[in-house]
Design a protein around this ligand. Sequence first.
Ligand code: FAD
Ligand code: NAD
Length: 464
Amino acid sequence: MSDSFDLIVIGAGPGGYVAAIKAAQLGMSVACVERQYLGGTCLNVGCIPSKALLDSSERYATAKHGLSDRGIKIDNVELDLPAMMKFKEKVVGQLTGGVGFLFKKNKITHLEGHGKIAGPGKVEVEGKTYSAKNILIATGSEPIEIPGFKFDGKHILSSTEALEIGELPEKLLIVGGGYIGVEIGSVWNRLGAHVSVLEFMDRILPASDAECAKALQKSLTKQGLEFHFGVKAKSATVKGDKVEVVYEPKDGGDATTITVDKVMVAVGRKPYTDKLGLDSVGVTPTDRGFITVDEHYKATDGVYAIGDVIGKIMLAHNAEEEGIAAVEHIHGGAGHVNYGTCPAVVYTHPELASVGLTQEEATDKFGKDGIKIGKFNLAANGRARGMGETEGFVKVIGDAKTDRLLGCHIVAAHASDMIAEAVTAMEFASSCEDLARVFHAHPTLPEAIKEAAMAASDGKAIHA
Ligand code: FAD
Ligand code: NAD
């Protein structure tokens, strides 16, 4: 095996493994160092296992509660949690195996172990030093631990262990009403646990469009999730097989104590650069631990960084795009990421999918009269009616002066699939009218996007 490469990528998450494949496709000799698992957080303990459990738990909840009005009677629906977990593990195994296959196919050397930069152009793995013209750091992130809630893997969990609970907890408390809180909270709520969520802010998903987040919050509350807003989690104490959790209003006041079976803390993730040897190349992370890069993802000569570890947008598809752009730049091309069109999806039921500016951001930027809003309810969409999925709406935000599409936010079943159209439209600098004039097959859910675009464009949706 050669010990000299054009590019050594450290970390095989969606940022690192995609960058490695792209670099190999561009003709570079590539090694990718991975110390734990191919596919990183996303494939092993993030996007993929969570979505497998979200899908399985939704099917379970539908079978248990949701089909009699459709003329389908199912008796004795039972949960087989070990089988559900086995399916999730099978999916993860298939996809991580797929990364290994793609590495072989593209002649990428997989260096197993912890990678440490040992000076310019040098990476040390398991005591052996390899050289590279360029190094790409894609070491990702890890869950944030908060004071008083030390992860023990059994009672006080991070998202990783919350995706592996072997026995249905009666009561699960979640600290953090962000992406992970509402997704993993939905899984366990659907399977029958009582799920309560402590959130510091006054609503779930504080960075999302407020109207959409509130609509989703209402729906999740109806489904049984219990939210406590404006509170700060103070401590968790394991007592026998239970956990006693203390929380208090964030602005002061009396503390509350509740006893639950398990606690999951999901208050964000922090960059992972442990023992990475950054000092050997003169790179100093920010106070919060992120690696600072220029517009070409260069941290310093010969050293690039992408994905969660640079913290621009901590999403898998963003890590992939950054990895490709960085590698294209290294190869002499013009890689670029258009952050303004990066979609975000919350995979609850209904889903919340977004691209572009939220109504709050658009108002801040253009003023209240500088924007126009078109909304269309799924209840008026024929396909949604036929599917019994009438909850939610599409919101299209346009520039009042130019009609340019500024953002699209969807609360609906299958919003994750629907948002792709709005992403494409924004990438091609579409106007609201463009989107309103595009053919949409009938009956389909995306017709609701067309109608919302009509409403934004000239204030006249057809079916509203
Ligand atoms: P990571 O995926 O974290 O990969 C980094 C890799 O580097 C790891 O495999 C690690 O072992 C390795 N590594 C670190 N240091 C070293 C070293 N020194 N030597 C060798 N290897 C090293 N995003 C979405 O877009 N959609 C979702 O639905 C979604 N769901 C999520 C659900 C959960 C529960 C979680 C936790 C996250 C989710 N995310 C989702 C976020 C997504 O997983 C991350 O944004 C994404 O994985 C970041 O990719 P990355 O390549 O930057 O890093
Ligand atoms: P998050 O940033 O989405 O949410 C964290 C929440 O915790 C926020 O609402 C915040 O106000 C709250 N919070 C912070 N400190 C608190 C405290 N002490 N007490 C109570 N609440 C507190 O973070 P996350 O849910 O941990 O997810 C981490 C990241 O992983 C996300 O930001 C996202 O980038 C990624 N992710 C994406 C998806 C997806 O794309 N569907 C799913 C899961 C995770």
